[in-house]
Design a protein around this ligand. Sequence first.
Ligand SMILES: Cc1cc2nc3c(=O)[nH]c(=O)nc-3n(C[C@H](O)[C@H](O)[C@H](O)COP(=O)(O)OP(=O)(O)OC[C@H]3O[C@@H](n4cnc5c(N)ncnc54)[C@H](O)[C@@H]3O)c2cc1C
Length: 390
Amino acid sequence: MAKVVVIGAGIIGASISRQLAQRGAQVTVLEAAAAPAQGATKASWAWLNSNYKQPQHYKDFNIRSMQLWQQQHSDLATFCGCLMLHDERPDPQDPAYPMAPVPAEQLLQLEPALSPELAASASHARLFPAEGWCDPDEATRSFLQDAQQLGAQVLLGHKVEAITIDDGKATQVACSTSQPEQQQQQGSSYTADAVVVAAGTGCPELAAQAGCQLPLLHKPAAIVMTSPLQPGLLRHMVISDTVFMLQRRDGRVLLGETRPEEASNTDDSSSNAQRILALAAAAVPALASAGIEGIYIGYRPYPADGHPVLGWVGGGSSNVYVAVTHSGMTLAPLVGQLVAEEVMAAVGGGSRGSSSSSASRLLAPYRPSRQFQVDGSGVRWADAAQAGTR
Ligand SMILES: Cc1cc2nc3c(=O)[nH]c(=O)nc-3n(C[C@H](O)[C@H](O)[C@H](O)COP(=O)(O)OP(=O)(O)OC[C@H]3O[C@@H](n4cnc5c(N)ncnc54)[C@H](O)[C@@H]3O)c2cc1C
């Protein structure tokens, strides 16, 4: 039985683990935090979309994953559509991605909770009916639970400190542990046929040990969760000039700023939360009666060219696979499927990179070895030449 260690129990690690377990791998998930979904996943808006994404291959990649959410995880995702109130971008005119202009006089019928003044002034409103959202914590836990039911071990409080590389291959993954019942334990280590690094913003440090330099930005943003309001207050996700709003099934409303000042992105003070709530209440007056349950700062793992990084370090010469992306909530089902397919093709006896031609084709633009721009300069990511360094 192929043994695979997955580092990270955010939505990406959880989805990959689920798919690996479904393909018969013996999976061990190592997660530094005391619970799953504590990284970027915790603070995600989790808007499932391919809204104006570019270029076409990336747009299609997101659409494929949205379809998987709909076909395979409809219990976890809500496809209520997204209403953008001030969208003056050129009409994408893409039959594969429906969009309907909404005249200002019809807005209140569609979204009765909007402020009438805002509705009257929304001269460029558009509805994207295929878009939706999910609860990131619920989705991550559900994927992990599926994996566990198929035998995966999920070890929380296990921070990976070192990946031992021998002759270009990971031979051991060493952890420090922080679970209270393991006070006496100094650490633990694991061997595997393949190691998948799905550690979000923690990826560069781990991938570097296998000789791969990941130019990853950590882009912060603040999100606010309100106390529960009447479910059904908001019928769609709503994005105005100032705020992003979606209502969870339990009535709580998730808020974020669409054009935040830089300082707001890392400000988790209650005054910042109150300010964001006030912006939302100007758009949806019923929100004025909401309390604030929390404000969270999330750091997006954002590859420097904005696209996913999915592939073997060194192009296949090592057994370390990196999986990190922005838009990870949208992309989790597809990434989980394609990565598991590639990993199993390799550990199941095939050569690395011998997965199905459709997986290889879909993943081709996102390899760690690609050429891409950072601050205008071409950078080639470190590859096999550096494998073996720690
Ligand atoms: C504010 C915000 C809004 C967003 N909005 C959207 C959106 O609307 N739609 C969308 O599709 N995406 C959105 N995203 C992006 C999306 O949430 C992320 O792409 C996704 O959550 C990344 O998941 P992940 O599993 O790769 O990373 P994470 O969720 O960060 O998980 C990585 C895990 O690895 C663990 N880890 C790190 N280092 C180690 C180590 N050494 N050992 C063991 N474990 C380790 C961490 O503890 C963490 O639990 C948003 C993100 C943010 C922050």
